[in-house]
Design a protein. Sequence first.
Length: 164
Amino acid sequence: MTDEFQEPTPVRGGRFDTPEQEVYLNLWRTYDCLKAVEDQLFDQFDLSPQQYNALRLLKAAGSTGLQTLALARRLISRSPDITRMLDRLEKRGLISRERKSENRRVVEVVITEGGLDLLAKMSDPVRQMHRQQLSHLNESQQKQLTELLKHARQPHEDETCDWL
């Protein structure tokens, strides 16, 4: 008796169960390799990549800043505890937070001069890090990879995400 639907049988001796698994594990391995370079740089500034990303977004927002939830939606990686991350940045004098009198639940976050100074100090090293990570790909390959990655995550992206 044969079933209408059968799971594909993995190839004996194959390293991957499915082509999708191979792609996924290659993405994961690539992330790990690129993250090692990133960690080395950010450790020098006692900053996590997530904190750097928050500072970068706040700089782009200018003097008006961003509400905490808007900032959380724009982060590249989901932050389960954005409040604690912002506490650390505020303690270092890199951001300031203010509750709005018209709605005490809304917190506006603004980058400080100290935060801007740190980003300025990090600007060249961050550019160099990205060159180290990906300059072996030519411009056409970088664009193609970007489009493939966008296409791969598109069905899984939260519609409220506006990180770019």
